[in-house]
Design a binder for this molecule. Structure first.
Ligand code: EPZ
Length: 419
């Protein structure tokens, strides 16, 4: 089990390069299942979840040439030889559910393990299933698996009961090869959904409305070879901005794109500091204690739930009181008790955390519980007095490329310990 040893308080300076967005790369890799020609992907991040998905796709017969040094990956599913996605693979990464739509559209029959819950919540996939049934799929849930059959999916008007990112992505991919037009209403508007649509269109799909709450897809006979570059990771950008807001200093975030940040960027700017978009990146400078900022997590362009733990760490050392409402997931405050052990003054009432900022936090031995909670703990440890040890750092490696190295290059004292 690997740990991070973080000695604070830190001041950060230097520049960072954002890696490709995990939550764009995962559905885009699954899109390769829709065509029997090559899909060339650039700006691929070397992440645990990406490697897990590549293992899963290989088990289905997808040919894969990945080069993490060059950040490229070529996928070709012409030799697709299996339509079963096992629990062993799905339990390690829920995003495996993104194989359901494309595999069903391509093969007509598929058996995908239900993902089950995770640390942050139950994470049901009823909307994925209901949408595919609307498109004519015959679906039964048996022994923890989704058995889906459809000789040919047909276009349908689907109105999801709630906004779901991977639900929208699954249905959009399935609709690409369906007979006729599919309209997805109440669609997710996340930049990662838009990036997937861009990739699908480069493969010959007919899609419009991506980025709005109504996406129209005209089914086509087949998709063709294509190339696509994954967008930068907006959550990585936001995480580093939280680190500088908590610690102070000045950093330059290369390949920063304000258009994909949504409300999170506006909220981070109201923490204080100076923000200057220049030379294709973002210069951020904080030389005083951050201002408390309240937020309510909501679908894009609202405040991203994936940024909630990191902002809480900033509020833990800010100069006032902040209210953080987690309205997306029912159990996404696992980082609170760990931050309280560092002296943070946080009270949780239902889905609201009341954070009273304090001048100092103290280092502690910490336990990461999920990907974004661990990012919040890293931010808190950077600003805390003393040496913190963060255990189970594999959670962090699922979604951040070399965060220890990137932080050390900014002057932080972060060391990865392999036990
Ligand atoms: C995606 O998860 C992201 N993962 C999550 O990022 C992110 O937190 C989440 O969207 C919200 O932005 C990927 O893109 C791989 P949802 P997803 O379906 O699609 C409920 C990270 O840290 N719901 O938008 O699984 C659900 O329980 C990860 O990178 C249903 O009830 O999230 C939740 O309360 C964590 N039925 C809400 O909707 C369904 O069929 C939003 O979930 C689907 C979802």
């Amino acid at each position: 089990m690997e740990k991070f040893k973080v000695s604070g308080p830190s001041r950060l300076s230097g520049e960072i390069d954002l890696d490709g967005a995990k939550n764009a790369c995962l559905p885009i890799f699954c899109a390769s299942l829709l065509s029997s020609e090559e899909l060339n992907i650039f700006n691929v991040p070397r992440l645990g979840d990406v490697q897990t998905l590549l293992t899963l796709l290989k088990s289905l017969g997808v040919e894969i040439e990945v080069d993490f040094e060059r950040k490229t990956c070529v996928l070709n599913s012409k030799g697709l030889c299996s339509n079963i996605v096992s629990y062993e693979l799905v339990k390690t990464m829920r995003a495996s559910i993104l194989t359901l739509g494309p595999l069903l559209a391509r093969m007509g029959e598929v058996k995908v393990s239900l993902p089950g819950g995770c640390a942050i919540g139950q994470r049901p996939v009823d909307q994925h299933i209901k949408g595919l049934e609307k498109m004519g799929a015959d679906i039964t849930l048996r022994d923890g698996y989704i058995d889906a059959k459809a000789n040919k999916l047909r276009g349908a008007r689907i109105v999801t009961d709630l906004i779901t990112v991977t639900g929208t992505e699954n249905l959009m991919m399935a609709a690409c090869l369906a007979e006729g037009q599919t309209v997805i209403e109440n669609a997710a508007r996340e930049p990662e959904v838009v990036d997937l649509a861009c990739c699908l269109k480069s493969m010959g799909a007919k899609i419009e409305g991506e980025g709005t709450d109504i996406i129209r897809i005209e089914g086509v006979e087949k998709l063709i070879a294509a190339s696509h570059r994954v967008i930068p990771d907006r959550i990585e950008a936001g995480t580093f901005i939280c680190a500088i807001a908590a610690c102070g200093g000045q950093i330059f975030v290369k390949n920063f794109d304000r258009k994909i940040m949504g409300l999170a960027y506006e909220k981070l700017k109201s923490c204080g500091g100076e923000f200057l978009e220049v030379n294709g990146g973002l210069k951020v400078k904080f030389d005083q204690r951050p201002t408390s900022v309240s937020c309510q997590t909501s679908p894009f362009p609202g405040f991203a739930t994936d940024m909630q733990a990191q902002l809480m760490a900033v509020n833990a050392v800010s100069d006032g009181i902040a209210l953080i409402d987690e309205s997306i997931f029912e159990n996404r405050f696992m980082h609170v008790s760990e931050m309280q052990r560092m002296g943070a003054d946080i009270k949780v009432k239902g889905r609201t955390a009341i954070v009273q900022g304090k001048k100092r936090l103290s280092a502690a031995k910490l336990m990461a519980t999920d990907l974004r909670a661990s990012a919040g703990l890293v931010v808190a440890a950077l600003v805390a007095d003393g040496e913190s040890l963060i255990d189970r750092i594999y959670h962090l490696d699922r979604g951040y490329v070399n965060m220890d190295i990137k932080l050390a290059e900014l002057g932080a004292n972060v060391v990865r310990i392999r036990e």
